[in-house]
Design a binder for this molecule. Structure first.
Ligand SMILES: C[S@@+](CC[C@H](N)C(=O)[O-])C[C@H]1O[C@@H](n2cnc3c(N)ncnc32)[C@H](O)[C@@H]1O
Length: 217
């Protein structure tokens, strides 16, 4: 499936009909081939809610928002403006300016490790079929905290994933993605405790674009 050559960059510009004609696109921190894999996944699966942890520049959120309009699910994206003392707080400025000062999608400025936020997200997870995308500051911890609340049949995914360091050096680094923040050993215990398994249908396809795809049994 991988067809777009990766240039080694951590940013890929997402194009959209929701941007002015001719705009260069909004940055997403994804391998360009991740989008085709998510296209297929959203064509084959229905959700009530898709939640992204870690909005950053907002390009991946822009893609997910468009998917939400096409496939009729609710979409929420979280980022925490005070992360690292606020140095990345202006990352969504480009997109906001293009949209007259307001993000069109449901962006929530909250720390996903605070009790109130955990309560907010876990209530949604308990009552709906969800996909939770863990792409914030600590992927293993996000998966550990939130997977407990998933309904059976819901999915949780984590980014910057390789099964192991060996796999990363052999298959991902310098070929697909240069950042490793999540490995099997980080979530083995969580998977057992919270009844998660690697998706038989989608695990390998997502692994090829450095996402770990888990389903709640
Ligand atoms: C790797 S970036 C997300 C990339 C984005 N998902 C994309 O595909 O373009 C990680 C983001 O997580 C955010 N973040 C870190 N810790 C967080 C926390 N505790 N709560 C919410 N967001 C957090 C950071 O501010 C940063 O923007």
């Amino acid at each position: 499936m991988n067809s777009i050559k990766w240039t080694g960059e951590s940013r890929y510009r997402v194009q959209s009909d929701l941007l002015p004609i001719g705009h260069e696109g909004i940055r997403a921190q994804q391998n360009p081939n991740a989008f085709q894999m998510f296209d297929k996944f959203f064509q084959e699966n229905e959700f009530d809610f898709v939640i992204e942890i870690g909005t950053s520049f907002g390009g991946f959120a822009l893609y997910l928002y468009e998917q939400s309009l096409q496939h009729d699910f609710n979409f929420i994206t979280y980022d925490y403006s005070k992360f690292k003392g606020g140095i990345w707080n202006d990352r969504r400025k480009d997109l906001k300016d293009l949209w007259d000062g307001e993000l069109k999608y449901d962006f929530r400025d909250k720390d996903v490790f605070l009790d109130d936020t955990i309560k907010e997200i876990s209530t949604i997870l308990q009552n709906n079929k969800c996909l939770l995308l863990c792409d914030g500051g600590d992927k293993p911890r996000e998966i550990q905290i939130y997977s407990e609340y998933l309904q059976s049949g819901s999915y949780i995914m984590g980014h910057d994933y390789s099964p192991s360091e060996e796999y990363f050096y052999q298959h991902h680094q310098k070929q697909v993605w240069n950042w490793l923040e999540l490995m099997d050993s980080d979530v083995e215990k969580t998977m057992e405790q919270n009844g998660l398994t690697k998706s038989s249908e989608y695990y390998q396809g997502f692994c090829d674009v450095v996402w770990l795809c888990l389903i709640k049994e």
